[in-house]
Design a protein around this ligand. Structure first.
Ligand SMILES: Nc1ncnc2c1ncn2[C@@H]1O[C@H](COP(=O)(O)OP(=O)(O)OP(=O)(O)O)[C@@H](O)[C@H]1O
Ligand SMILES: [Mg+2]
Length: 736
């Protein structure tokens, strides 16, 4: 498709405007003496009517690439922008430079809009730049007006700012940007300028294709931000990540700083703690009322408050140049996102710092979120959703690599954007180049922490769902990467098979009287002891005085450690937070909800041991992914009530079950038990009227050695069939 130089009468041909004139405009309107990087080339290409794709780093001066053309020739430049706040900022900045700019959005009244439309219809509009949302572009009424404007030769350029939003490979995909493909259809000969700071090749290709750019001139500036020092701090190796952050901020108390957190709740929490620690800061996220948000923005932008704690909703288009530090208190979800966010530091060119607090818990949560398809996705969009999941997972794994490699951070980021540079370029301006051995040592420690956490996590979630349908949980961190040993706990391991065999052999030997002769008494005793040991191992028996290694190992395997409880509480907190977000619930605190649910799991299954406890935690996590708000509120309320009541009851058992068998003898849901001598059943010693969680069935009583032999009959093999009956191997010794 042929495009012509800006379809405006009175230009001097070619691009029509000389370099001196363009520099004059830059100087006069913006006070800058010369163009930066590839600004001038891009402006000249735009003025000559070509489609262009401008890839410049954050703060690189992309807006100049359409603002100067708007001033160089008459006519209007249409700027597509993803956020109303961003449009408002840019329009007011332009107006401050006495440049006629307006925006059209839902935030304006009918009168203001009517005035702007009047301008569009006038023969000689004074308007130079009109900012609009992608949604407006898609409306037939607006397209008709713009076509008329173009018909009169007054639409000089369409600039698509933050063009990466069109690509689902990008870190900030907005479905509404997809509608921009209509621009080329309706206005085939108007040049389009796409601008972004996200230069991943896939995003680039996607933008060119989606906007149907025709032979675009591509201007790529280096993405290196030499004045930013990159650093990763490992939460799992820090005594207290929050305190580290606080000290970091306090070390330069007047410096302007952005702290990014993954969730609104974390923003609120960090904000509160910073205020308690006397650090002047504001929280900014979409959950705040519009007034609170604009106040926070105003106070931070004007320099009244140096620190803002925000979700990633904060920042696109924020133009405070003197940000000295950007901290990611939670790991970002992609390198693109990280680059954009960290790029908000040091836009004035002075030294600045980017710090990521990388934690294994956060990593797990982000992996979980990356694998979670949009629940609102319709069936026909399922393939898209699956692709999106793949993209998210890939993008996050690159972020993980960035944090978990002892490699120059700068080199890693630039390589992501297709710039392959030597580490010499970094000049020791990242932690990895500057403190190489220290970073390497940290990563080794992290690997150790990771494996021990994984053990805790693995043992926290059963894997029985592996064989079930592929709900999103199945593909989440909770279900995706389990070790077989967890399955073993539920379904029976090879070891247990061997033990079963040993038991069977022994019992078969007894029943077949193959060891009955007096000459073989020792052999018989050996077989019986072996069988008993196996039984003890499986049921926590104390038949050998609880001293055998096997029993100790079995007990150990069933023990619910405090570390496991903490890990499960964290998981449940995360799941409660997710549920609250999904259900838009503000009444439940993730922290107390998670702890309440963990306590519920523990109270129910403490004495039954780890596998049952794990199973209950896992099913509670699954339940949280689908429950309704009233179910969630009710369950947490009930548990809190139980806890409140049990506080008034006799002291309850709260320590981890050291030995389930022993614990079983002592407690159940905090009640003392007595053993009924004849039946081996345990009954509560006290009969509290408190509302207890439904008590699990009592564990099988522990038989004595004699009992064990005497009770072999119910096991349907061996003796009942007589010596000659064929032996049938038992699957498992049943409760006697
Ligand atoms: N040639 C120049 N010389 C000096 N300063 C410039 C020049 N061009 C732009 N700037 C300044 O750089 C800052 C960033 O510009 P701009 O907002 O256009 O960047 P951007 O690339 O759009 O960044 P972002 O990706 O954050 O949107 C602005 O304060 C702008 O005035
Ligand atoms: Mg910009």
């Amino acid at each position: 498709m042929e495009k012509v130089p800006l379809t405006v009468k009175g230009t001097s041909g070619g691009n029509g405007v000389g370099k001196e004139r363009l520099e004059g405009l830059l100087q006069r309107h913006f006070g800058h003496s010369s163009f930066r990087g590839r600004q001038l080339e891009a402006i000249e290409a735009v003025l000559s009517g070509q489609d262009c794709f401008c890839l410049m780093p954050t703060g690189g001066g992309k807006s100049m690439c359409y603002a100067i053309p708007a001033l160089a020739k008459p006519g209007i430049v249409l700027v597509v922008c993803p956020l109303i706040a961003l449009m408002e900022n840019q329009v007011s900045a332009l107006k401050a430079q006495k440049i006629a700019a307006e925006h059209l959005s839902s935030s304006q009244g009918a009168k203001v809009k009517a005035k702007i439309y009047e301008q569009l219809e006038s023969g000689r509009p004074s308007l130079r730049l009109l900012y609009v949302t992608p949604e407006l572009i898609a409306t037939p009424g607006f397209i008709t007006r713009i076509k008329k404007l173009h018909g009169r030769g007054l639409l000089s350029l369409i600039a698509v700012d933050e063009a990466h939003c069109i690509s689902s490979w990008g870190h900030d995909f907005r479905p509404s940007y997809r509608k921009l493909s209509a621009l080329r259809t309706h206005l085939p000969d108007v040049p389009i300028l796409a601008l972004t700071a996200t230069a991943a090749k896939k995003v680039q290709d996607d933008v060119v294709k989606s906007l149907a750019l025709h032979n675009p001139q591509i201007f790529i500036s280096s993405f290196n931000r030499p004045n930013i020092y990159y650093e990763v701090r490992y939460k799992d190796l820090l005594k207290n990540a929050y305190e580290d952050l606080r000290n970091l901020i306090k070390s330069n108390p007047d410096d302007c700083c952005i702290v990014y957190c993954h969730s609104r709740a974390t923003c609120d929490d960090v904000g509160l703690r910073l205020s308690q620690d006397k650090i002047s800061s504001r929280v900014y996220h979409a959950g705040l009322a519009a007034k609170a948000r604009s106040e926070a923005l105003e106070e931070w932008t004007s320099g009244k408050v140096p620190v803002v704690i925000a979700t990633v909703a904060f920042g696109m288009g924020i133009d405070r140049k003197d940000v000295r530090m950007v901290c990611h208190y939670n790991v970002p979800k992609s390198l693109e996102g990280f680059y954009q966010e960290s790029g908000r530091a040091g836009r004035d060119g002075k030294p600045a710092r980017s710090v990521i607090y990388y934690g294994l818990e956060d990593k797990g949560l982000m992996e979980f979120l990356a694998r979670k398809p949009d629940p609102g996705q319709k069936a026909r969009e399922k393939v898209d959703a699956e692709n999106q999941v793949k993209k998210n997972v890939e993008a996050f794994s690159q972020m993980v690599q960035f944090c978990e490699e002892a490699r120059c951070r700068r080199q890693r980021v630039l390589a992501h954007f297709g710039e392959h540079v030597s580490t010499a370029l970094c000049a020791k301006t990242c932690d990895s180049c500057r403190f190489q051995s220290r970073v390497a040592a940290c990563l080794e420690d992290l690997a150790l922490a990771s494996s021990s956490k994984r053990e805790a996590r693995f043992s926290s979630y059963i894997t029985s769902s592996k064989s079930q349908g592929l709900g999103f949980q199945d593909r989440s961190e909770f279900w995706g990467d389990m070790k077989d040993e967890d399955e073993d706990e539920i379904s029976g391991s090879d070891d247990e098979e061997e033990e079963d065999e040993a038991t069977a052999e022994a019992i078969a030997a007894i029943s077949k009287r193959s060891v009955a002769s007096s000459s073989k008494v020792e052999k018989k005793m050996d077989a019986l002891l072996r069988a008993e040991r196996v039984f003890g191992k499986k049921h926590g028996s104390q038949a050998d005085g609880g001293k055998s290694k096997d029993a100790a190992a079995a007990s150990e395997k069933r023990k619910i450690s405090q570390a496991l409880r903490d890990a499960c509480a964290e998981r449940l907190k995360g799941a409660v937070e997710q549920a609250s977000q999904r259900l838009d619930l503000t009444s439940i605190s993730a922290d107390s909800g998670g702890v309440a649910l963990e306590t519920e799991c523990f109270q129910k299954y403490a004495r039954a041991g780890k596998p049952f406890y794990n199973s209950q935690v896992a099913s509670t996590t699954r339940w949280l992914a689908t429950c309704t708000s009233s179910e969630l509120e009710l369950r947490i309320h009930q548990q809190s009530t139980r806890e409140a009541r049990s506080e008034t009851s006799p002291p309850s058992e709260t320590r981890p079950a050291e030995d389930p068998a022993q614990t079983a003898a002592e407690t159940r849901d905090g009640q003392k038990f007595e053993q009924a001598s004849t039946t081996n059943l345990r009954i509560p010693a006290t009969n509290h009227s408190v509302e207890q969680a439904p008590a699990p069935a009592p564990l099988p009583p522990i038989p004595s050695f004699k009992d064990f032999l005497g009770k072999r009959k119910p096991v349907s093999f061996g003796s009942t069939r007589g010596p000659s009956a064929p032996f049938k191997k038992p699957r498992r010794v049943q409760d006697p």
